[in-house]
Design a protein around this ligand. Structure first.
Ligand SMILES: [Zn+2]
Length: 245
Protein backbone atom coordinates (compact mmCIF):
# COMPACT_ATOMS: atom_id res chain seq x y z
CA UNK A 1 0.00 0.00 0.00
CA UNK A 2 1.20 3.53 -0.74
CA UNK A 3 0.50 5.52 2.43
CA UNK A 4 0.65 9.29 2.82
CA UNK A 5 1.87 10.18 6.32
CA UNK A 6 0.89 13.71 7.31
CA UNK A 7 2.58 15.31 10.31
CA UNK A 8 -0.06 17.83 11.36
CA UNK A 9 0.74 21.56 11.29
CA UNK A 10 3.87 23.50 10.37
CA UNK A 11 7.12 24.07 12.26
CA UNK A 12 6.63 27.84 12.11
CA UNK A 13 4.61 30.51 10.33
CA UNK A 14 0.91 30.29 9.54
CA UNK A 15 -0.29 26.83 10.58
CA UNK A 16 1.39 25.98 13.89
CA UNK A 17 -0.43 23.65 16.28
CA UNK A 18 -1.44 23.66 19.93
CA UNK A 19 1.03 24.43 22.71
CA UNK A 20 0.75 22.12 25.69
CA UNK A 21 2.24 21.23 29.04
CA UNK A 22 5.70 22.74 29.54
CA UNK A 23 5.56 24.52 26.18
CA UNK A 24 5.38 21.24 24.23
CA UNK A 25 4.49 22.01 20.60
CA UNK A 26 1.99 19.89 18.68
CA UNK A 27 3.86 20.32 15.39
CA UNK A 28 7.04 18.86 16.91
CA UNK A 29 5.23 15.84 18.39
CA UNK A 30 3.32 15.12 15.17
CA UNK A 31 6.56 15.14 13.20
CA UNK A 32 8.35 12.88 15.70
CA UNK A 33 5.54 10.31 15.44
CA UNK A 34 5.27 10.66 11.64
CA UNK A 35 9.00 10.20 11.16
CA UNK A 36 9.00 6.97 13.17
CA UNK A 37 5.80 5.86 11.44
CA UNK A 38 7.51 6.25 8.07
CA UNK A 39 10.29 3.87 9.18
CA UNK A 40 7.85 1.32 10.60
CA UNK A 41 5.61 1.27 7.52
CA UNK A 42 8.57 0.92 5.14
CA UNK A 43 9.92 -1.93 7.29
CA UNK A 44 6.54 -3.62 6.77
CA UNK A 45 6.87 -3.31 2.99
CA UNK A 46 4.64 -0.26 2.42
CA UNK A 47 5.53 2.77 0.35
CA UNK A 48 5.39 6.08 2.20
CA UNK A 49 4.88 9.63 0.98
CA UNK A 50 5.47 12.29 3.64
CA UNK A 51 3.82 15.72 3.65
CA UNK A 52 6.56 17.16 5.90
CA UNK A 53 9.86 15.45 5.24
CA UNK A 54 11.79 17.44 7.85
CA UNK A 55 10.90 18.81 11.27
CA UNK A 56 11.40 22.37 10.03
CA UNK A 57 9.29 22.00 6.85
CA UNK A 58 6.43 24.46 6.41
CA UNK A 59 3.63 23.86 3.89
CA UNK A 60 1.71 26.88 2.66
CA UNK A 61 1.55 30.26 4.33
CA UNK A 62 -1.67 29.88 6.35
CA UNK A 63 -3.96 27.13 7.62
CA UNK A 64 -5.97 26.74 4.42
CA UNK A 65 -2.99 26.70 2.02
CA UNK A 66 -1.21 24.31 4.39
CA UNK A 67 -4.14 21.87 4.29
CA UNK A 68 -4.53 22.21 0.50
CA UNK A 69 -0.84 21.37 0.03
CA UNK A 70 -1.14 18.21 2.16
CA UNK A 71 -4.10 17.02 0.09
CA UNK A 72 -2.31 17.92 -3.16
CA UNK A 73 0.70 15.80 -2.16
CA UNK A 74 -1.50 12.78 -1.40
CA UNK A 75 -3.55 13.11 -4.58
CA UNK A 76 -0.62 13.82 -6.92
CA UNK A 77 1.20 10.77 -5.60
CA UNK A 78 -1.94 8.65 -5.99
CA UNK A 79 -1.67 7.41 -2.43
CA UNK A 80 -3.88 4.52 -1.30
CA UNK A 81 -4.37 5.81 2.22
CA UNK A 82 -3.89 9.05 4.16
CA UNK A 83 -2.92 9.27 7.84
CA UNK A 84 -2.95 12.69 9.47
CA UNK A 85 -1.33 12.88 12.91
CA UNK A 86 -2.40 15.44 15.50
CA UNK A 87 -2.53 16.09 19.23
CA UNK A 88 -5.68 17.23 20.98
CA UNK A 89 -5.83 20.18 23.34
CA UNK A 90 -8.36 21.32 25.91
CA UNK A 91 -8.88 21.71 29.64
CA UNK A 92 -6.14 20.07 31.73
CA UNK A 93 -8.34 17.16 32.80
CA UNK A 94 -9.35 16.14 29.25
CA UNK A 95 -7.36 13.17 27.97
CA UNK A 96 -7.34 10.21 25.61
CA UNK A 97 -7.07 9.08 22.01
CA UNK A 98 -9.62 9.43 19.22
CA UNK A 99 -9.58 8.84 15.47
CA UNK A 100 -11.68 10.93 13.10
CA UNK A 101 -13.19 9.83 9.78
CA UNK A 102 -15.49 11.44 7.21
CA UNK A 103 -18.19 8.73 7.23
CA UNK A 104 -19.07 5.32 8.61
CA UNK A 105 -18.85 2.06 6.76
CA UNK A 106 -15.77 2.39 4.58
CA UNK A 107 -12.15 1.34 4.42
CA UNK A 108 -11.20 4.39 6.51
CA UNK A 109 -13.41 3.24 9.39
CA UNK A 110 -11.88 -0.26 9.40
CA UNK A 111 -8.36 1.15 9.70
CA UNK A 112 -9.53 3.83 12.15
CA UNK A 113 -10.87 1.11 14.48
CA UNK A 114 -7.63 -0.86 14.22
CA UNK A 115 -5.50 2.25 14.88
CA UNK A 116 -7.67 3.34 17.80
CA UNK A 117 -7.44 -0.09 19.48
CA UNK A 118 -3.69 -0.40 18.84
CA UNK A 119 -2.87 3.00 20.38
CA UNK A 120 -5.14 2.56 23.40
CA UNK A 121 -3.75 -0.93 24.08
CA UNK A 122 -0.10 0.00 23.66
CA UNK A 123 -0.09 3.47 25.24
CA UNK A 124 -2.76 3.02 27.91
CA UNK A 125 -4.53 6.21 26.84
CA UNK A 126 -8.26 6.67 27.42
CA UNK A 127 -10.43 5.30 24.60
CA UNK A 128 -12.47 8.20 23.17
CA UNK A 129 -13.51 6.13 20.15
CA UNK A 130 -13.70 6.56 16.39
CA UNK A 131 -15.77 9.60 15.44
CA UNK A 132 -17.30 11.08 12.29
CA UNK A 133 -16.13 14.69 12.07
CA UNK A 134 -19.45 16.17 10.90
CA UNK A 135 -21.38 14.52 13.76
CA UNK A 136 -18.78 14.97 16.50
CA UNK A 137 -17.21 18.33 15.66
CA UNK A 138 -19.88 19.70 13.34
CA UNK A 139 -17.27 20.50 10.71
CA UNK A 140 -15.76 18.81 7.67
CA UNK A 141 -12.05 18.31 8.32
CA UNK A 142 -10.42 19.36 5.05
CA UNK A 143 -7.97 16.47 4.69
CA UNK A 144 -10.67 13.85 5.36
CA UNK A 145 -13.01 15.18 2.67
CA UNK A 146 -10.60 16.22 -0.08
CA UNK A 147 -8.13 13.37 -0.41
CA UNK A 148 -9.00 10.95 -3.22
CA UNK A 149 -8.10 7.97 -1.02
CA UNK A 150 -9.56 6.86 2.34
CA UNK A 151 -8.26 9.09 5.14
CA UNK A 152 -8.08 9.14 8.93
CA UNK A 153 -7.05 11.88 11.37
CA UNK A 154 -5.54 10.60 14.60
CA UNK A 155 -5.81 12.73 17.74
CA UNK A 156 -3.06 10.77 19.46
CA UNK A 157 -3.54 12.31 22.91
CA UNK A 158 -4.06 15.60 24.75
CA UNK A 159 -0.95 17.76 24.74
CA UNK A 160 -2.66 19.83 27.45
CA UNK A 161 -2.92 16.87 29.87
CA UNK A 162 0.08 15.95 32.06
CA UNK A 163 -0.11 12.18 31.55
CA UNK A 164 -0.83 12.27 27.82
CA UNK A 165 1.79 14.97 27.21
CA UNK A 166 4.48 12.89 28.94
CA UNK A 167 3.67 9.90 26.71
CA UNK A 168 3.58 12.03 23.56
CA UNK A 169 6.90 13.65 24.43
CA UNK A 170 8.78 10.57 25.61
CA UNK A 171 7.32 7.74 23.48
CA UNK A 172 6.70 8.95 19.91
CA UNK A 173 8.11 5.69 18.57
CA UNK A 174 5.58 3.65 20.57
CA UNK A 175 2.72 5.68 19.12
CA UNK A 176 4.21 5.09 15.65
CA UNK A 177 4.61 1.35 16.14
CA UNK A 178 1.02 1.10 17.39
CA UNK A 179 -0.28 2.93 14.31
CA UNK A 180 1.91 0.88 11.94
CA UNK A 181 0.70 -2.39 13.46
CA UNK A 182 -2.83 -1.59 12.28
CA UNK A 183 -1.61 -1.63 8.67
CA UNK A 184 0.20 -4.95 8.99
CA UNK A 185 2.84 -6.18 6.63
CA UNK A 186 2.45 -6.11 2.88
CA UNK A 187 1.68 -9.77 2.30
CA UNK A 188 2.34 -10.53 -1.33
CA UNK A 189 5.91 -9.84 -2.41
CA UNK A 190 4.86 -9.69 -6.03
CA UNK A 191 1.42 -9.71 -7.59
CA UNK A 192 2.68 -11.76 -10.52
CA UNK A 193 3.16 -15.52 -10.59
CA UNK A 194 6.02 -15.61 -13.09
CA UNK A 195 8.46 -12.88 -12.04
CA UNK A 196 10.02 -14.18 -8.79
CA UNK A 197 13.14 -15.52 -10.53
CA UNK A 198 13.34 -12.85 -13.21
CA UNK A 199 16.20 -10.34 -13.20
CA UNK A 200 13.74 -7.44 -13.69
CA UNK A 201 11.53 -8.38 -10.72
CA UNK A 202 12.30 -5.30 -8.60
CA UNK A 203 11.67 -3.01 -11.57
CA UNK A 204 8.42 -4.78 -12.47
CA UNK A 205 7.19 -4.60 -8.85
CA UNK A 206 8.02 -0.91 -8.72
CA UNK A 207 6.07 -0.15 -11.90
CA UNK A 208 3.19 -2.26 -10.59
CA UNK A 209 3.18 -0.34 -7.28
CA UNK A 210 2.87 2.90 -9.25
CA UNK A 211 0.08 1.46 -11.44
CA UNK A 212 2.13 1.75 -14.63
CA UNK A 213 1.92 -1.97 -15.49
CA UNK A 214 -0.87 -4.37 -14.58
CA UNK A 215 0.02 -7.74 -16.08
CA UNK A 216 -2.48 -10.22 -17.45
CA UNK A 217 -5.78 -11.44 -16.08
CA UNK A 218 -4.32 -14.86 -15.27
CA UNK A 219 -1.85 -13.29 -12.79
CA UNK A 220 1.19 -13.52 -15.05
CA UNK A 221 3.42 -10.71 -16.25
CA UNK A 222 5.19 -12.65 -19.08
CA UNK A 223 8.43 -10.69 -18.60
CA UNK A 224 10.18 -12.11 -21.70
CA UNK A 225 7.37 -11.61 -24.20
CA UNK A 226 7.26 -8.68 -26.60
CA UNK A 227 4.69 -5.96 -25.97
CA UNK A 228 2.24 -4.51 -28.47
CA UNK A 229 2.10 -0.86 -29.54
CA UNK A 230 -1.15 -0.58 -27.54
CA UNK A 231 0.45 -1.90 -24.35
CA UNK A 232 3.41 0.46 -24.80
CA UNK A 233 1.05 3.42 -25.21
CA UNK A 234 -0.83 2.42 -22.04
CA UNK A 235 2.42 2.21 -20.04
CA UNK A 236 3.65 5.62 -21.21
CA UNK A 237 0.23 7.12 -20.52
CA UNK A 238 0.13 5.60 -17.00
CA UNK A 239 3.67 6.86 -16.32
CA UNK A 240 2.67 10.38 -17.35
CA UNK A 241 -0.32 10.22 -14.99
CA UNK A 242 2.03 9.35 -12.10
CA UNK A 243 4.01 12.49 -12.98
CA UNK A 244 0.76 14.47 -12.97
CA UNK A 245 0.82 15.18 -16.71
ZN1 LIG B 1 -3.81 19.58 15.21
Amino acid sequence: MKICVDAGHNYSGGDTGAVGVGGLKEQDITFAIADKLREALIANGHQVVMTRNNLTDNLGTDASSSLRERVRIANNNRCDFFISIHCNSGVAIANGTEVLISARGGVAESYANAVQDAIVNRMGTMNRGVRVDTEYLGIRLYVLHNTNCPAILIETGFISNNDDAAKLNEQPEDFALAIASAFGARTEESRFTDTDEHWAKIHIDKLEAYGIVNGYEDGTFRPDEPITRGEAAAMVSNALSVLGK
